[in-house]
Design a protein around this ligand. Sequence first.
Ligand SMILES: *Cc1c(COP(=O)(O)O)cnc(C)c1O
Length: 443
Amino acid sequence: MNNDEVKTWLKNHQHPLTDKLVSLEETFWLNPNLQSFKTAIVNCPLTLNDVLEAEARLERFAPYIAKVFPETQETKGIIESPLVKIPKMQENLVQVYKQEILGELWLKCDSHLPISGSIKARGGIYEVLKKAEELAINHQMLKIEDDYSILASDEFRTFFSQYAIAVGSTGNLGLSIGIMSAKLGFKVTVHMSADAKQWKKDLLRSKNVKVIEYASDYSKAVEEGRRQAEADPACHFIDDENSRDLFLGYAVAAIRLKKQLDQSGVTVDEEHPLFVYLPCGVGGGPGGVAFGLKLIFHDHVHCFFAEPTHSPCMLLGLMTGLHDKIAVQDLGIDNKTAADGLAVGRPSGFVGKVLEPFLSGNYTISDEQMYKLLKNLADTENIYLEPSALAGMVGPVKLCKEGTDYLQKHQLLNIAAKGTHIVWATGGSMVPKDEMDNFYQKG
Ligand SMILES: *Cc1c(COP(=O)(O)O)cnc(C)c1O
């Protein structure tokens, strides 16, 4: 739809939240299209088997990863992040927001994933590895029974150098894909939106990644990247807006989280609900993780997406049912936010449609709140995240304050106190110190 068609459409379809979104007020939205897991999975184009296949592929690559990224030796080449309890931050939230939080608060520290320090080290790296495996197997250079550490050789690097990888990004996806592709030997181009931070571009250039900068936002960087890549048959474009592989790479997180919860003695079942809060940009990262969690925990897990008040693209797409046919700019919302990882104006249609029956809800948070939460988390738990990664932190407050209808409807009011809240911390450990000091000061 063009801009005028969207305007007419909005006039004819009243959505009570549209005014709130336009005035940039924080909102909390419950998804009316949520279905029971049993019903939802029937029409879903992806399955648990797809996720297990992705997990097995990452296992095959583990000996290679351990060899070329020594920081992953401890986990034997498995790129995974800690799950930690954050009771002091929970207390802080209760005091600051004057709201009781039923259940225990945990943080999933994808901010501290090795190699690229953000959730993109899941999907982004996975898709590059999948492409590399496919090329090597098709050229009879590799069998899936092999020890994949053989890929760390000049022979393979020379082979991969005949191929190119390209991606459009607000920063972190470019970082993951750039670092991984360059390590394997691919020629790699990252198309960066205006939001992308200088240090990310510098880091990539230092690794021989070609960085092309755009004065406009994420959607434009992706579009331009896609167009340029199409002209080169040896180039694989990683399509953040539509990629099934990225999505599955993210979904593997759920299988790993299940093991971590078991090890920590955290139960998830009909008496012990799990609530998960995921910062959302175009949707692939949080969508993949949420989908994986639903496959594992079915109706015992409740997933919420968090977006900046200036970039509520997924909320808008889901609420209107228009998905990628509508952008926040169509409502005059500017898509300008300090949460650079979430600065996306148009959501992924693929992710929105897959997630529609699985997602519990979606809320928005102001930049100011993200900065405050950044400071408070640093002060209470000594954990430093980038602004985007704090979007999830206010989720438990919002659910307990504004989501009582949801808790009631799903018979959770009496058991929520025995439940667990996981805030997905999506990035931050690679932010340079002076930049982080600056974030902290703002908070
Ligand atoms: C990319 C990113 C997200 C959101 O992931 P999408 O796939 O764009 O929805 C959240 N937080 C951080 C720090 C990110 O880099």
